[in-house]
Write a protein that binds this ligand. Structure first.
Ligand code: SF4
Length: 718
């Protein structure tokens, strides 16, 4: 018998509403569509979400825990046996080496009731890693060095202009706080009310295609372009002078102006291979002709050269133009956290990373609770106190995601215990001692919400959204699947540790239910779990909430901190940039012909989906894209195999033309490929990267995009 159900796709943070037809006899999804009644996504769902049927019921989904055998093969075991054995091994390692010998990695595919960090804290370790330090940790560094605005950036809905660096929200959906589900409709509606938007990207992305102004520079120039924009805005007096006088101060503004003085628009246009007048045109549209709307950077900027400096200077553009919510503005509110009052005041710079003891690896620190992902292989392989010997990757595929894949593989192979919680046999899972397949979305309860002030004022959605998501599907018949929170609770219990979740001590005697954990997550929220459940009865697709407490209040007396846009270490990075080949010439640098840049696709979410059956994906590998004219000049045809070599390594890839890509750039999606030497889906560009050189200070962020490479044909298309 078939029934209809409404739910929320949780492949990415866009959380689009879906309607499904479910065959109750088979417990399978037979049809998925966008939910037209969902007030946020309004019927939108992307290709990835519409493949849920294949993702949940496809032939490659793992349905039972697996244990590695001495010969490298896997055998099926029960989840109870797996948890018992993992618990025993963890206990032995902790007893011998201490809790720092245990680490964990939280991936994009996390659940709301996530106990990974509470588990690590409960056992007394600090070895917590996440995707945060693989792509956009520059945002935390920028806020820490120059300060932030407590009420956040101006809202998308009120913006006259937007300036996008290296981001493609029409495909990625979640890199921006301003456009999430159904980004095309949001953008179209906003343009009809007069929004102008500017894109700066080496590729004329799906988003850039609709831009009022599009600049197509060489990759890796975002820091220089942002410096030149500041130069022009200050020179022309297009900044918000009243705001900067109060919140930056005269001498800091003078320092900033002097530091960016060498970055004339003409010089930066030359090294970026832009047209004369491009940079002034952007400054004019953004700063002179508009009074509201902010500049944003995405992964393209935050994974390239000088990523911390680029993000910093892009944030500085917002500071000097005063693009923040002011007293009386309404802010998007996090409905599942405690009510907070937003004030129109500066959050003083606060270098939280300096409060952590320096790591034994390269002396780096931490960002919040995160250790730095690029140092993880060394944390595993470097002997001595604190060496990681046991590791749990959950909803994550670090062997595919970390730079320098060879080192990552060697490190993970050397672990005494590697546990992977994942529904698919990923590259990381292939190295695991135990694989625990979990329930997937639709088979477990969750909560969707407008993630609040992760960075000041940045909500994922442009409205106050929250919705409980009951499970609508039983796990496949005969399967033995885990729920992620239960794994960490069970292991903590076996180690005699007390987990505290959202400030609440979790009962360690009775297995917590997912609903119970979600109730703890919302225990101090402005909307209770019961309220959200009741609202789902009357609004089965979810609802948007009023939140009068989200109106920004005037600054509190005595709260008069100022921004510091050019502290000494940032000024030193500006000098490094001036000395770099990136601002001396328009090219890939000595010895190289091209710059390799990352890109997103609309068919997979990072590595998630790469393990689906080949027939279920539009393109079963990740091509290397080149401008078609350049392809012809290089004597290449669509489908030819090429060797791409960097200073660090080589890969082979299949070329395809992309007329929207500028010359001098080769572009490939990251996080594809299998283990080195195995023929998996596509190729992993992390084989070309290193985490030992060209690394950013503070967040140890390697250069993962705008990487100099050469290209050589190795085989013709068949
Ligand atoms: S954008 Fe696509 S993958 Fe993301 S939640 Fe919506 S349907 Fe799912």
């Amino acid at each position: 018998m078939a029934r209809q159900a409404r739910s929320v796709c949780r492949i990415c943070c866009a959380n689009c509403g879906v309607t499904m037809t479910i065959d109750d006899d088979e417990q399978t999804i037979v049809d998925v569509r966008g939910d037209k009644d969902n007030p946020m996504s309004q019927g939108y769902a992307c290709f990835k979400g519409l493949q849920a049927e294949d993702m949940l019921h496809g032939p490659r989904r793992l349905l039972h825990p697996l244990k590695r055998q001495p010969d490298g093969s896997f055998v099926q075991i029960s989840s109870q046996q797996a948890i018992d054995e993992i618990g025993d091994k963890l206990a032995a390692i902790v007893a011998r080496d201490g809790p720092q010998a245990v680490g964990t990695f939280m991936g994009t595919s996390k659940v709301t009731a996530n106990l990974q960090l509470p588990f690590i804290q409960a056992i007394g370790s600090s070895q917590f890693y996440s995707v945060h330090t693989i792509d956009q940790s520059a945002k935390s560094v920028s806020g820490g060095r120059q300060g932030g605005w407590a009420a956040g950036l101006q809202d998308f809905n009120q913006s006259e202009v937007l300036l996008f660096f290296g981001t493609n929200p029409l495909v990625s959906h979640t890199t921006m706080p301003v456009m999430s589900p159904n980004p095309s409709r949001l953008l179209k509606d906003a343009k009809q009310r007069g929004l102008k938007f500017i894109c700066i990207d080496p590729r004329q992305t799906e988003t850039a295609h609709h831009a009022d102004l599009f600049l197509q520079p060489l990759p890796g120039r975002d820091a220089a372009i942002a410096a030149a924009l500041i130069h022009v805005i200050l020179r022309e007096g297009w900044h918000d002078q009243a705001f900067t006088a109060q919140h930056v101060g005269e001498s800091r503004m003078a320092d900033l102006e002097a530091t960016v003085a060498p970055f004339t628009p003409e010089a930066v246009e030359r090294c970026s291979d832009l047209k004369p007048g491009d940079i002034v045109a952007v400054a004019r549209m953004f700063a002179r002709d508009s009074r509201t709307g902010a500049a944003y950077a995405g992964t393209g900027t935050c994974m390239a050269a000088f990523s911390n400096l680029a993000q910093h200077l892009i944030d500085t553009i917002n500071i000097i133009c005063g693009r923040f919510r002011r007293a009386g503005d309404a802010a998007v509110v996090d409905m599942v956290s405690a009510k907070t009052t937003l004030y129109a005041e500066v959050r003083a710079p606060g270098r939280g990373w300096e409060a952590h003891p320096a790591s034994r690896i390269r002396g780096v620190g931490m960002l919040g609770f995160d250790r730095l992902a690029s140092t993880l292989p060394e944390e595993i392989t470097t002997p001595g106190p604190g060496q990681i010997r046991a590791f749990i990757a959950c909803g994550a595929n670090p062997v595919a995601a970390l730079p320098d894949q060879q080192s990552a593989v060697a490190a993970f192979q050397s672990l005494e215990l590697l546990v992977v919680v994942d529904p698919f046999m990923t590259a990381t899972a292939k190295l695991a001692h135990y694989i625990l397949p979990p329930r997937m979305m639709y088979e477990r309860a969750d909560v969707s919400f407008s993630i609040g002030l992760t960075y000041p004022g940045m909500a994922v959605y442009p409205m106050n959204w929250a919705r409980v998501i009951p499970a609508v599907l039983e796990p496949p018949p005969g399967s033995d699947l885990v729920e992620e929170p239960h794994v960490f609770w069970s292991l903590a219990r076996r180690l005699g540790a007390q987990i505290t979740y959202n400030g609440v001590a979790v009962d360690m005697t009775t297995t917590p239910t997912t609903e119970g954990l979600l109730r703890m997550r919302l225990h101090n929220a402005s909307l209770s779990y019961d309220q959200l459940q009741a609202d789902l009865e009357s609004h089965p697709s979810g609802r948007i909430y009023e939140a009068p407490w989200g109106v920004v209040q005037p600054a509190r007396p005595g709260f008069n901190a100022q921004f510091d846009p050019m502290p000494a270490d940032v000024a030193a990075e500006v000098e490094d940039l001036r000395a770099s080949v990136l601002v001396r010439e328009a090219g890939a640098g000595p010895d190289f012909t091209h710059l390799l840049s990352t890109r997103r696709t609309n068919q997979v979410m990072n590595s998630l989906g790469n393990q689906m059956d080949d027939t279920l994906r539009r393109v079963p590998y990740n091509p290397a894209y080149l401008n078609p004219d350049e392809l012809a000049e290089l004597g290449l045809q669509t489908g030819d195999r090429v060797e791409i070599s960097s200073r660090h390594g080589q890969i082979e890839a299949v070329v395809q033309p992309d007329k929207r890509l500028r010359r001098g750039v080769i572009s490939i999606s990251h996080c594809w490929g299998d283990l080195p030497g195995q023929s998996g889906p596509g190729i992993n560009v992390n084989l070309l990267l290193t985490s030992r050189s060209d690394v950013q200070p503070i967040n140890a962020m390697p250069r993962m995009s705008a990487v100099p490479v050469n290209i050589r044909k190795v085989a013709s298309t068949l």
